[in-house]
Structure formats: structure tokens, C-alpha cells
Design a binder for this molecule. Structure first.
Ligand code: UDP
Ligand code: MG
Length: 323
């Protein structure tokens, strides 16, 4: 499982977007943990087009932390795209990914590594035992999200496993070999089917700053998760169509019977409601189709989900290309 082509035992990928406030605390906690592993490691900080001082702070940190590699994306491309940029560049025999806000404890990384080595696992998930520190809204939306994903993508997806995990080189290479760029890793990784284990932890509060996942990004992630892993919504569209067809048929029979019985069906309200209902069903179905077509559109264009503007491992090299 351990690759010969690299001496780096562990890479730690950290996507960050406007994390200037969390960064000092992150380094203060992460660095001793990684130094304590006693094996060569690298930290891949992927700056997802931050508009604050994140890039500047990372530049300064590089002078004092030789294991730190900085990759900067040209614009804000999203958490999953930043993870892709990191995973594709990591060279370690194992690659961990962790959020920058210390909601996932870095102290669990050695535990993940030990578990993977001991049991020869390719994937170790960080599973949140307790989300009491998250807001009520976050917990409820996350609850719905994981419930829906497990229904759509299958039970192999552990509930409450976000993007804190450890991957073996083999698992990373499997991910890299996939042509699709629009990944949602918490679904893709279980789908790979490698032997996996879990490490449980308490989800802490964000150490500093605000969440970088506003509702719009949460919805985007949910839509990408569904369209990337299931065609069920398309079947739902069919079922909606069939159901409304039979409902209309029933209404038709009712109208004819009422007419024959000499009772005129009153008013245009029912007609109007019926028309609106059918219109709404059709628009929903077109919207659903649109989401899938949008995915196909991006895929056939082979348009990358991110562009690298700078890479400290190759500062003068050709930049701009994704992978
Ligand atoms: N993040 C990113 N790009 C984005 C949004 C978020 O790289 O467009 C990073 C962010 O800096 C953090 C991680 O993704 O390291 C998770 O984001 P956050 O903690 O804000 O999400 P939450 O924990 O609130 O769901
Ligand atoms: Mg967070």
C-alpha cells in the first residue's frame, strides 16, 4: 500500500477561504502534532482565492515552516474544488484532509494514521459523535443532508462523516484517475469501496471567524451531491408526471359524471388551480433536468473546476492549468 515513489509519509490538505483569523491557532495546534509523528510530512495549504490576508500569512509562514506548501487558486472555487487541487498535488503515502477552522481536531490525525497502518486500511473517516457546538440550523440541515444522501447513495456512506479523513496513496490515485472534476468527496470516497475504518471525535466550535458555508453554498453542495450520485430525482419527475396524469384523469371522470347528472361544475377556480399545478410540476421537472444537463455540459467541456495561480513548490513554473 505504501508507495515507493515518495518518501513523504503524510500529506495534510487544508482548504482555506478567508481564514486569516483561524490560521495562527491552526498552525499552533497542527504543527506540534505533525512534528510528533516522527516521519516526513507535508502540509498543503490550498488558498481558495481568499480576499483577506490568508495568502500573506501563508507566505510568511513558509519562512518558518519548511514542510508547508502553498497552492493558491485564482478565484474562489469552493471547498470541494480546493480539496481536489490539494489531493492532486499531495505526494504523501497517506493524505489527510482537514478544515482550517479547527472544528476537526488535528490530534486525531496520528490516530487515523495508526489505525490505517495497523489494520491496513485505505480510508479512515473522521466521524462526528456530537455536533452540539454547531448551530441548531446547521445540525438540522446536516441531518436532512446525510439522511437524504444515505437514501440516494447507499448505506456505505457513513453518516456525519464530512471532509476530515485519511486516504492511502492507492485511494488518492483512484480518485485522480476519475475524469469527472465535479466531485463531492464525502460521497465519492465511500463509493470507491476501499477497506475503511472510522475515528470518532467531538466537533468543536469554529476557532475564529465566520462560517464560509453560507446557505447558497450549502444548497450547491446538496444539489451537486444528488446529481452526482443518483438519477432518482429524474425518476421522481416521471412519478410526478404519472401521478398528476391520473389525478387529471380522475377529475375528468368526475366532471363528465357531474355533467351527465345535470350538475354543472362550478367556477373557474378549480381549473385555474389545476393549470397552475401542472405548470409547477412541469417547471420543477424542467429544473431537475436542467441540473443534470448542466453537469453534462460542464463535463463535456472538460472545464476545470479551478485554476492554480501560484504553487510554492514550483513558483516559477507554468501556472493556470488545473490537472
Ligand atoms: N472553504 C473553502 N472554500 C469555500 C468555502 C470554505 O476552501 O468556498 C474551506 C474553509 O476555509 C474551511 C472548510 O472549507 O477550511 C470548511 O468551511 P467552513 O468551516 O466555513 O464550513 P462549516 O464548518 O461551517 O460547514
Ligand atoms: Mg467549519
Amino acid at each position: 500500500m505504501t508507495s515507493e515513489r515518495t518518501e513523504t509519509a503524510l500529506s495534510v490538505v487544508i482548504p482555506m477561504y478567508n481564514e486569516e483569523e483561524a490560521l495562527p491557532a491552526l498552525v499552533a495546534r497542527l504543527r506540534p502534532v505533525l512534528d510528533g509523528i516522527g516521519a516526513p510530512y507535508e502540509v498543503l495549504a490550498v488558498d481558495d482565492g481568499s480576499a483577506d490576508k490568508t495568502a500573506e500569512l501563508l507566505g510568511d509562514l513558509r519562512h518558518v515552516w519548511p514542510e508547508l506548501r502553498v497552492v493558491r487558486l485564482r478565484r474562489n472555487s469552493g471547498h470541494q474544488a480546493a480539496l481536489t487541487a490539494g489531493l492532486h498535488r499531495a505526494v504523501g503515502a497517506y493524505v489527510a484532509s482537514i478544515d482550517a477552522d479547527l472544528q476537526d481536531p488535528p490530534e486525531k490525525i496520528p490516530e487515523m494514521l495508526a489505525l490505517a497502518l495497523e489494520r491496513d486500511l485505505d480510508i479512515v473517516y473522521g466521524v462526528r459523535n456530537d455536533r452540539s457546538t454547531d448551530s441548531g440550523f446547521k445540525r438540522r440541515t446536516a441531518g436532512v443532508y446525510y439522511w437524504m444522501m444515505r437514501r440516494l447513495a447507499g448505506k456505505q456512506m457513513p453518516a456525519q462523516a464530512g471532509d476530515f479523513r485519511l486516504l492511502s496513496r492507492e485511494a488518492v490515485e483512484a480518485i485522480k484517475s476519475l475524469p469527472d472534476q465535479q466531485q463531492v468527496y464525502r460521497l465519492l470516497v465511500p463509493w470507491l469501496g476501499f477497506p475503511s475504518g472510522e475515528v470518532h471525535y467531538q466537533r468543536d466550535e469554529r476557532v475564529a471567524g465566520e462560517t464560509k458555508y453560507p446557505l447558497s453554498k450549502m444548497i450547491r453542495l446538496a444539489v451537486d451531491s444528488v446529481t452526482g450520485f443518483s438519477a432518482a430525482p429524474l425518476r421522481l419527475a416521471t412519478w410526478l408526471g404519472v401521478t398528476s396524469f391520473f389525478a387529471c384523469l380522475g377529475l375528468l371522470v368526475f366532471t363528465v359524471v357531474a355533467y351527465v347528472a345535470g350538475k354543472t361544475v362550478p367556477g373557474w377556480t378549480s381549473l385555474f388551480v389545476g393549470v397552475l399545478f401542472i405548470g409547477a410540476v412541469q417547471l420543477i421537472c424542467v429544473g431537475l433536468l436542467g441540473e443534470y444537463i448542466g453537469r453534462i455540459y460542464t463535463a463535456v467541456q472538460r472545464r476545470p473546476t479551478y485554476f492554480v495561480g501560484y504553487d510554492s513548490a514550483d513558483p516559477a513554473g507554468p501556472v493556470g492549468a488545473a490537472d
